[in-house]
Design a protein around this ligand. Sequence first.
Ligand code: JFZ
Length: 557
Amino acid sequence: MFCAGAALAQQSLVQETKEQHEARMAWWKDARFGMFIHWGIYSVPAGTYDGKQIPGIGEWIMNRGKIPVARYAEYAKEFNPVEFNADAWVNIAKNAGMKYIVITSKHHDGFAMFHSETSSYNIYDATPFKRDPIAELTAACKKAGIRFGLYYSQAQDWHHRGGAANGGHWDPAAQDGSFDDYLDKIAVPQVREILTKYGPISVLWFDTPTNMTKERAEKFIPVLKLQPQIIVNNRLGGGFEGDLSTPEQYIPATGIPGKDWETCMTMNDTWGYKSYDDHWKSSDDLIQKISDIASKGGNFLLNVGPTSKGVIPQPSVDRLATMGKWMKVNSEAIYGSSPGPFSYLQWGRATRKGDMLYLHVFNWPAGGKLKVPLQNKVTTAYLLADASKKKLSTKNEGDWLTINVPATAPDSVDSVISMRIEGAPVALKSPSAGKSGAASSTAGPDFGPEKAFDGSPDSRWKAAGDQRSGWLEVTFDKPAKIGHASMVENAGRGQGIRKFRLEYKDGSEWKPALEGTTIGRAFSKEFTPVVAETFRLNVLESTVAPQIDELQLDIVP
Ligand code: JFZ
């Protein structure tokens, strides 16, 4: 059901009805949680080359270390992951509560982690290992009932002639060549291989579409048709939207409403294994992240970077086991969930399934009373961790619902209250949502202040091109007690706002509510509550014309 041609550049590839699209995405939307695996011969140097620690992400060592093609290829001869066990890896994922796996079949270094007929630069032909881990993982996933996906770097390839290289070729004698020849002779044939050799592939994860035009992206359409049910991300290039957005290493502050999206994230600071990267996120943080992402309608693709011996690092295994214990009790609030009805909750997050709301309480209330900005009557409420499902008493007081909870939280990280409500949720909305706003200047009619309050990070307010400061103002229908701000600023890499002040109008005077420097794509901050009707984001310094994709001001109790 893939349709090439004019449709490619503007819309997604697939000409399918809404129902067909929903059916194709159903398993993915239910899954909510997957394992990303970055594994390749970069795990041999593991971040060190020529006696020096090479900065950056481990799988980029060839590029960052400017390692000559022939020298880097030597690592293949040392790559013999004799401790690799596909079933063990899949069970680690399954026990964590993960429902799909996406593994690098070929990353930017050009080394194929599958037995490729297209290029002998692969794990079967070029290493002592002489096995095909992609085939073994496919079988293990099928046995375990886990969906299997493949990452493929279609444009960047630092080994095969003509492959793109961000930062340019550093070994031109070996790397220079025709990019189109590279696509025709390596990339497209290898994508065909991975879509024909291993049975049903559930996800194709393209990456870094360097130099990819519409015509070049169209070269992949005939092979995509080989697996019409496959889910493809938004990184093929050439204007291809794909089926999902892929925020990388961050959680969009206000989600990506109306779109399927997946935050991919490392557990430490590297995708590919580095022997000395011990900067691990805590399992508490990772558990709260999966709830945060699900509460905004996204999936969490959490990465592991196995060693050159085929072992997933123990810190990763430990964190996944802890996440699995939490998921065992609370996965009902994650799998198949939709975003909760709230724009902000001081104490945590919320997910939803029809008339069921799941309140993820990170910060347990001291006085045993949980305040929820909801007007609905509650049919029943109980803690998922409470096997007896003891009913929690509740009380409606205008815009707020109070739930009487035990003195101590059953889970110090994220205690989930399952709550059935009467009727559609009537939740307190952000008073800035949907407002037209005002601004010091705009870059034109498509960048008006109202774009910062429309709930979509695909539209934005942008000041006039020559401005490096400016303000974005909003007035509510009535005064409100505001104590939190979520903001999204999708400025170019390394560009954007450098100093700002969120102000409220007190009579004719503007007073500061929150001051800061950078905003970025995942800004969420509490501040001392203020009651006011008019607020403005005063951008004091910016490297480019200030822009704000979303500004959401939230009421606190
Ligand atoms: C890409 C890869 O380069 C990286 O090695 C890893 O596989 C990651 C999941 O995907 O990383 C990116 C891609 C895009 C940007 C930055 C890093 N970007 O658009 O800024």
